[in-house]
Design a protein around this ligand. Sequence first.
Ligand code: UDP
Ligand code: GLC
Length: 378
Amino acid sequence: MKRILFVCHTGELGGAEFVLIDIAAHCCSRCHVALLADGPLRAALEAKGVGVSIIAASEHMLGVRRDAGWSRSIRAVPATLSATCRIARLARAYDVLFATSQKAAIVAMLAGLLSRRPVIWQLHDIMSAAHFGDLLRRISVALANVTVRTVLANSQVSRDAFCATGGGRDRVQVVPIGIDPAPFLAVTDAHASTLRAALFPPNVTLIGLFGRLTPWKGQHVLIDALADLPGVHAVIVGDALFGEDAYRASLHARAAAAGVAARVTWLGFRDDVPALMRAMDIIVHASTAPEPFGRVIVEAMLARRPAIATRGGAAAEILGEAYPYLVPPADPAALAAAARRIMGLPAPDLSHLVAANFARASSEFSLDAMLEAVDRLI
Ligand code: UDP
Ligand code: GLC
């Protein structure tokens, strides 16, 4: 049995980190996680019996953003090398390095060279200009081409963007993200009704958007759509995880300016997503940039709620090309129209839609299948 050292650049709880929790919990007796920043992820991993070390990298490295130019990137080099040396030392006790993000991959790829350990990169991102700066994209893909055994792409769109940036197609394998259906199956209708009565106004249609607050997740598009959706109440679940406080403030101001503030409930980050999803009438995914995968779409399917999602990323892979509620990104009118169509569905059609989505999510995005694929590869 191979021993695995996972390398993750953040301690926050985003989708890629929930995937890490599932994979590390599955092999907890023979793995360890190195986090380049502390945060709630540490406790979540430890609660699953996974050992964690914080190899804190400085802000010079972690703070590099999409628009970083040469000088900002060069300033990140000493911090990157220092984290690399510490990871390489840790790696000597393991057989494989497994990186869970682009920043972690750079450190893991260099540490893999130093410690002569094979590296797997689970690619959770679309390597395009919408998500990454040109320089970082080129560096990580060039390094991957010479150091990484296998890139595990979370979707076909992520694989294609990696290859379009120069990544070797023979190195990439698509392993879709799998989600455990158990917490969704455990939610009873009674529980969902109690939650709904406790948190939201009565006699409204609830449309929920689940995801971290960041401009490309498109919370503003749902706020704008409310003007066209009388009787609808929006539920925004999630918080700014990576410093997007100005966006959070702008959302509140936007709702107030549009006169819809009383029709929005802001729940912040929640750890009861399955029950909350079940309490919604509709769940929207509103990302304005192509979504690399989109766990929340699969979760909406498992929660047996009708989903609306934006085209452009992996949504069509998840819901199917012909899914009738795929809408153009950044288009509040199209979002509102799709919501009105769902609200007008006769009950049997709605039941059929959510049953078909549930069946598809359980068979195509099974956690067991993802874990088996990762086991096979390791
Ligand atoms: N999530 C959560 N609490 C929240 C908001 C989101 O636990 O308040 C979870 C959500 O259920 C999903 C993940 O965060 O599993 C987000 O993953 P996704 O792939 O949709 O987006 P990402 O943040 O990775 O881009
Ligand atoms: C990333 C992506 C998201 C994906 C998740 C899990 O955080 O932004 O689309 O679902 O990783 O692969």
